[in-house]
Design a binder for this molecule. Structure first.
Ligand code: PLP
Length: 416
């Protein structure tokens, strides 16, 4: 089945909007995000102490974090700045999972001061945390299943991924943490990114439930929660099929009933750290066509570039493209849709069939609501664009201004 990719504003509305906020900009849809958040909460709500900790790195804007918090979401942070962003949105204490890696001491201290749940990435960090901060009462560890789990295009094979503890290390880690004063425990894993296979995620849950049981049998230590991480994919391509959250929750529940309930480990809390699947489909990068170039191929140059959205250049990722007002036109042209960086991989699309594009047309890049602007950078002196929020009542507000040339020069040190 081919899903039609939609954009919430008409060409006329965009014309008006661009007078106030020139392109390029990100536009997020509050109604879509809230409805999706409720669908996730509804599907998983039956699990004990269920919590979705939204991965702040996917869309690090406190306005978005606040509206997710109002839907019952917490935050998953991995850096000092992300902890502060969660705090700005009023998300504090155990509603924050601090899932970092290669972590500096100061970030552990900030996380502990905020009461966040620390999720350790490595065995050596037990001693590091004790030495530079303290071992909290509640602590979690991240598991890397290595060769037990097949790989995935973005995150790679688990055995080649830098994250987490081995199974043997976990068996030693929990008793050691207990000796050092920890009393409550969590177990985390995240092995995939943008994975659309239902079976893959259910299998991950089976592995983690089995491991919680094995840890109990080996060490006598009971987990308070498991955290299944993020990595749930979204249908970037019109022919992709979205994951049905209810079906996924049902599959995980079956594993819970088969593994956790009979072994007396219930109730076991279930947490997730989804980012992409929460906001990804509800954000668009809105640009305008600047130039049309005809050489060996046809190029459409936009007023944006990979500084605003680097997923296509970084992973060869597909982002659907539509042209405002030409949604029903035949895709009669074949273009490379490019930005302005002096890097030949600065292409939003390669050899893409699209309607004929004229200079000034609004070219809309879909499914940019997660890992979009957040990954931006300033190479070539490019300034990152701002962010707008389309509210449920139809009004639009700016939730981040575009960068200015003063921002770009702000870190330069003047010669004495
Ligand atoms: C990136 C990340 C997430 C979110 O991943 P999505 O693919 O956006 O769901 C969650 N947890 C951790 C530890 C991450 O690094």
């Amino acid at each position: 089945m081919i899903e039609k990719k939609t954009f919430p504003l008409s060409k006329a509305a965009l014309d008006d909007l661009a007078k106030k906020y020139p392109t390029p900009f990100y536009l997020y849809d509050e109604k879509g995000i809230r409805e999706n958040a409720r669908a996730i909460g509804g599907a998983f709500g039956a699990f004990p102490a269920f919590k979705e900790h939204f991965a702040v790195k996917a869309l690090p804007n406190p306005v978005i974090l606040k509206l997710l918090a109002a839907e019952g979401f917490g935050a998953d942070c991995s850096s000092y700045a992300e902890l502060l962003l969660a705090g700005m949105a009023g998300i504090t204490g155990g509603d924050i999972m601090f899932t970092s890696n290669n972590t500096p001491a100061g970030e552990y201290r900030t996380a502990l001061d905020m009461g966040a749940v620390i999720n350790l990435d490595d065995f050596t960090h037990i001693e590091y945390l004790e030495k530079h901060a303290r071992i909290p009462e509640l602590i979690s560890c991240r598991y890397n299943p290595g060769p037990l789990k097949a790989g995935n295009a973005i995150i790679g094979k688990p055995e080649e991924a830098k994250y987490g503890f081995t199974r043997e290390q976990l068996m030693a880690a929990y008793p050691l943490l207990q000796k050092k004063g920890a009393k409550r425990f969590g177990l985390h894993t995240m092995v995939a990114s943008n994975e659309l296979s239902l079976e893959y995620h259910i299998e991950t849950a089976r592995i983690i439930f089995s491991l919680a049981l094995e840890i109990f049998n080996t060490t006598g230590i009971k987990m308070e929660f498991v955290n299944l991480g993020g990595g749930v994919g979204i249908p970037y391509k019109p022919e992709d099929r979205a994951i049905d959250f209810r079906e996924l929750a049902k599959g995980i529940e079956t594993q819970y009933r088969n593994i956790i309930v009979p072994s007396g480990l219930a109730p076991l809390g279930v947490r997730i750290e989804w980012g992409r699947a929460v906001t990804g489909p509800y954000g668009w990068l809105v640009t305008r066509a600047l130039h049309h170039k005809h050489i060996y191929r046809e190029y459409v140059g936009l007023d944006s570039c990979m500084a605003d959205l680097m997923r296509p250049a970084l992973y060869g990722a597909y982002h659907h493209i539509s042209v405002a007002g030409k949604e029903e036109d035949a895709a009669a042209e074949v273009y490379d849709v490019v930005g302005s960086l002096c890097e030949n991989n600065d292409k939003f699309a390669i050899q893409r069939k699209l309607p004929k594009i004229e200079a000034g047309d609004f070219v809309i890049i879909h499914d940019a609501g997660a890992h979009g602007r957040a990954m931006g950078f300033n190479y070539n002196g490019k300034l990152r664009c701002g962010e707008l929020l389309l509210h449920a009542d139809g009004s639009i507000t700016r939730i981040r201004r575009p960068e200015t040339i003063d921002d770009y020069f702000a870190t330069l040190v003047k010669e004495e």
